[in-house]
Design a protein around this ligand. Structure first.
Ligand code: FAD
Length: 542
């Protein structure tokens, strides 16, 4: 199968014509992980996503592949151990997308973590996550902490802990997992919404599917159907033809992030600190030309597709940042971007969002629909393994024989390197080979496409009528339409690149070349181009 937007008609034809062993509803990281696990174990599998891939929570996270240090406070030892250990696996399988990120935990006289509790907590965290000796936490003196991050407020500073996490691009990680599964024979389509179920022998045997781009509806048949729709899980459960009162329910917790230009907040490195308002922990992470700060954790009960960032949430993050960083007061009008996401937590009577477990849970509805909710970006692979184990072991859901999970050592698309050194050598070779492009631009592409960057540079070098920057974006758009199922400007600007948040100047400089590449590749007429630019203006306005 290809993963090209240009092949949509053939893909739809296959989707509706074939009978699938497994159909997955939802193209966030959970659905993506299950898709890859299933395809790599030999199941004939399709995935549908109602918006763009990763357009739900999986592009709205803090973008860390982490063990969840703060879950230790809730004694979620099993969860911290599992996701902590997954970090190294996800890194090895996608080195260009999952990079080590040292995290500074400043310790203040009036903070919620003391020197001893901080030291023990981080030691225990390393132990649970089985962190390599050289990467284990270091406790820093006050002077060492200030040398590490000169912007830290000096008053009351006792020292800091420096420990290992990994950072990622959540949307690109999701896409890369889906791409890998497609390369192995799976079929994935975005802009296809499950609108109802079909039944055979009174058991779920497929879905009614609305093709959002063409506006029509057809049926997909499958032996097993997985509901991996995260925050939309209850809505999808509600589409079944029986009462769902006895089934698990979600509590949705909203988390926002804000983006500040690095020129306004020139932090040296990633940090994790207390919010003075309520003692919750906040991340502050530099990325490209910007720094992002988050997150909040409040119950959300409104419409799922109309999630907005509120002023009061922005103020909360600004106040927390200004409290811990000296000489750099940031204001609301310094915020150049923001995003809001929803955690799908399993509801427990009497518990607030911050107290609810981040563990995943799988359950099977009376008519066979398999749903999974909860969990973390970081734990996607293990979650997927559990779902496919359950499906393969529970006859008569499928008659495919049981095989062990294969994803632990499965490199993702673009991760064609054996070691960090191997990756570094490859990226340096590109800089010497493609001298017409800046080192910075090549590095940016390499962080997104890894070993596939060469293809983009190779095509860009043939766009001789354009400036190097325009040639690069033209080639990147072409690649993403043909290899990452990109249909809209917003898909590209928000999720294939995230430049909307982290490098707005680059987008502004090359906006015309970008739209020209879309127009040419997807044969847009003027009306379509106007609609696309209007839609992206609305996103930017928000
Ligand atoms: P989603 O990403 O929401 O995917 C569900 C998909 O289903 C959506 O794309 C939606 O469009 C689609 N869908 C819904 N209904 C239908 C339908 N009828 N038909 C077809 N498709 C449908 N985890 C970490 O490990 N590290 C972090 O740093 C981190 N930070 C976080 C910060 C915040 C603020 C939040 C909210 C979460 C964070 N998490 C983090 C958790 C992590 O982001 C989520 O666990 C994960 O993204 C959930 O993925 P998902 O696929 O289950 O849901």
């Amino acid at each position: 199968m290809s993963f090209s937007a240009l092949d949509r008609a053939q893909h739809l034809d296959t989707l509706f014509r074939e009978k699938w062993d497994l159909l997955i509803i939802g193209g966030g990281i959970t659905g993506a992980g299950i898709f890859l696990d299933a395809v790599s174990r030999g199941l004939k599998t399709a995935l549908i996503e109602k918006g763009d891939f990763a357009s739900g929570t999986s592009s709205k996270s803090t973008k860390l592949i982490h063990g969840g240090l703060r879950y230790l406070k809730n004694f979620e030892i099993g969860l911290v151990r599992e996701v902590g250990r997954e970090r190294a696996i996800v890194h090895t399988n996608a080195r260009h997308l999952v990079r080590p990120e040292p995290m500074l935990l400043p310790i203040y006289h009036d903070g919620s973590i003391g020197r001893i509790t901080g030291s023990i907590g981080l030691w225990f965290y390393d132990l649970l996550a089985d962190v390599e000796r050289t990467e284990r936490r270091k406790m820093l003196s006050r002077e060492e902490a200030l040398a590490q991050e000169p912007l830290l407020r000096q008053e009351g500073l006792l020292g800091a802990g420096l420990y290992s996490e990994y950072r990622t691009d959540d949307a690109r990680l999701t896409l890369s997992i889906i791409r890998t599964a497609v390369d192995l024979g799976g079929l994935a389509l975005n802009y296809c919404e499950a609108t109802g179920f079909i039944y055979g022998d009174d058991m779920v045997s497929g879905v009614r599917c609305h093709d959002i781009l063409a506006g029509n509806e057809r049926y997909i048949t499958a032996n097993a159907v997985v509901n991996a729709t995260g925050p939309w899980m209850d809505a999808v459960l509600g589409m079944q033809n029986h009462a769902t009162s006895g089934e698990k329910k979600l509590l949705l917790s909203k988390g926002i992030h804000i983006v500040i230009p690095r020129s306004k907040l020139p932090v040296n490195q990633s940090m994790y600190f207390d919010a003075p308002a309520d003692g919750r922990m906040i991340f502050c992470i530099p990325r490209d030309q910007a720094v992002y700060i988050g997150t909040t954790d409040t119950e959300y009960q409104s419409h799922l597709d109309a999630l907005e960032v509120q002023d009061v949430e922005i103020e909360y993050l600004i106040q927390a940042t200004n409290h811990v960083l000296e000489d750099t007061t940031i204001h609301k009008n310094d915020v150049t971007g923001s995003w809001a996401g929803l955690r799908a937590l399993i509801y427990e009577e009497g518990k607030a969002p911050a107290e609810l477990s981040r563990k995943d849970e799988i359950f099977i509805s009376p008519k066979g629909l398999i749903s999974i909710a909860g969990g973390k970006l970081t734990g996607y692979r293990k979650m997927a393994e559990r779902v496919i184990d359950l499906i393969l072991k529970s006859q008569p859901l499928t008659d495919v024989p049981y095989v062990e999970c294969r994803t632990q050592n499965l490199r993702l698309a673009g991760a064609d390197f054996d070691s960090d050194l191997d990756m570094q050598v490859m990226s340096e070779q590109l800089v010497t080979e493609f001298i017409m492009f800046s080192q910075e631009n090549i590095a940016k592409l390499f962080n997104r496409y890894g070993s596939e960057t060469r293809q983009i540079l190779f095509q860009a070098q043939s766009e001789i009528s354009q400036s190097p920057g325009d040639a690069l974006i033209t080639s990147e758009v072409t690649f993403s339409i043909r290899n990452e199922m990109t249909h809209h400007l917003a898909d590209f600007m928000l999720r294939r690149t995230a430049d909307v948040f982290f490098d707005q100047q680059h987008l502004q400089r090359h906006f015309d070349a970008m739209t020209a590449a879309f127009t040419q590749q997807l044969r847009w007429d003027d009306a379509r181009l106007t609609a696309e630019t209007e839609s992206i203006r609305q996103v930017l306005g928000r």
